[in-house]
Design a protein around this ligand. Structure first.
Ligand SMILES: Cc1cc2nc3c(=O)[nH]c(=O)nc-3n(C[C@H](O)[C@H](O)[C@H](O)COP(=O)(O)OP(=O)(O)OC[C@H]3O[C@@H](n4cnc5c(N)ncnc54)[C@H](O)[C@@H]3O)c2cc1C
Length: 345
């Protein structure tokens, strides 16, 4: 029987499950609390892109953090082997008007990346069905993808096999653990033991799925939408609605997203989509809060914004380092919850 520390993890999203598994692998006795149904969270609706390159180019908040994003992506092969999922490494292609492509090309090159310029024939092979008007695209191989819902299920299976226990209930505090890891997404329930959670703000996102059109091409990043494959269908994402924490589906958000998808793939015009929503937790500087909180024995793993799946193995590694007092690596300070407490310079 393991004699490791007894740890409560609040939240069974990508961050909570990846962290719980890593803690169990490090010898801790872990119990995960979550009141929700499996996968009914931001992690379950996400597109699953592990996209350091295009996120750093297309999202201003991620732009300064490319080395950190790449380091997180580079931890995925070990997690892939550990939980038995497949990471799709076929890459992602940007298509759009010349101004958009010039901005993407410049951004990628500033990161030291060398996108492959694709002519139309190559686009047809990699992104079948793409609108004829898009004459060229920029392919990066640095961006990968997982299937979010099956990866959540695989994480949970691996965690159970590693001895992690699960309770379908909200954590209101330590729940008997010596340490508490807060991985509650945008949630504020545990602010009483972690005042840092007040730094989080919600960003709602709509994402559309259809089963009427299968897509097995690479991820396409366009203007106003991206398209990925999905089991037996296609996913079209995603909106960014800052400040909103509800999960109601809003037609006013769905329609522009659908229209941007149709501009990429005209044969989506008649397809029936199911809209889903999720709420991302975000910090003021775009990086998550990971590590010790102000309250003794509270550890934070929240605020991963658009990149929770990408960052999950790096966040898990940092939390394990906090618990084992091991080497935290070069990105611990950038993600430390304490960075927001420092007096402004
Ligand atoms: C539309 C959309 C598309 C996205 N696409 C991508 C993508 O392609 N790639 C990527 O990397 N990221 C993507 N993201 C972002 C990613 O989904 C999030 O960053 C990530 O899911 C955050 O994981 P999490 O574990 O912090 O939160 P969540 O997945 O929200 O999980 C938090 C869990 O905590 C539980 N909880 C809340 N309160 C309590 C409590 N008191 N006790 C116990 N449990 C509690 C909730 O029930 C929930 O299950 C996307 C997000 C959205 C919305």
């Amino acid at each position: 029987m393991s004699k490791g520390p007894k740890i409560t993890v609040a939240g069974a999203g990508a961050l909570g499950l990846t962290t719980a598994l890593a803690l169990a692998d490090a010898g801790a006795r872990v119990t995960v609390f979550d009141p929700g149904a499996d996968g009914d969270n931001a992690s379950g609706v996400a597109a699953g892109m592990l996209a350091p390159a295009f996120e750093a180019v297309l999202d201003a908040s991620a732009a300064p953090h490319f080395p950190l994003l790449m380091a997180a992506r580079n931890l995925w092969p070990a997690l892939e082997a550990r939980i038995g999922v497949t990471v799709d490494r076929s890459g992602a292609v940007a298509v759009g008007d010349e101004e958009f492509l010039a901005r993407v090309d410049g951004g990628l090159r500033r990161l030291g990346l060398h996108p492959t310029e694709l002519e139309r024939a190559a686009l047809d092979g990699l992104a079948p069905g793409l609108a004829a008007g898009w004459g060229r695209g920029l392919l990066v191989r640095e961006d990968w993808r997982i299937e979010a819902s099956s990866t959540l299920a695989a994480l949970r299976r691996a965690a159970v096999a590693a001895g992690v226990e699960f309770r379908q209930a909200a954590a209101a505090g330590f729940e008997g653990g010596e340490r508490l890891v807060i991985a509650t997404g945008a949630g504020q329930d545990l602010a009483v033991v972690a005042p840092e959670l007040a730094r989080l703000s919600p960003i709602k996102g709509h994402i559309l799925r259809t089963r009427e059109r299968a897509y097995r091409g690479v991820v396409v990043r366009g203007q106003g939408a991206y398209v990925t494959g999905a089991p037996g269908g296609l996913t079209l994402g995603a909106t960014m609605e800052a400040g909103l924490g509800d999960r109601a589906v809003e037609p006013s958000q769905v329609e522009p997203l659908r229209a941007a998808g149709v501009r990429l793939f005209p044969d989506l015009a008649g397809a029936a989509f199911v809209a889903e929503t999720g709420v991302r937790g975000a910090t003021p500087d775009g990086l998550p809060m990971v590590g010790r909180g102000r309250h003794q024995d509270v550890l934070l793993a929240v605020g991963a914004r658009r990149n929770g799946w990408l960052l999950a193995p790096l966040i898990a590694r940092l939390i394990v380092a906090c618990v084992t007092e091991g080497e935290a690596g070069p990105f611990a300070e950038a993600m430390s919850p304490a960075r927001f407490d420092a007096p402004a310079k």
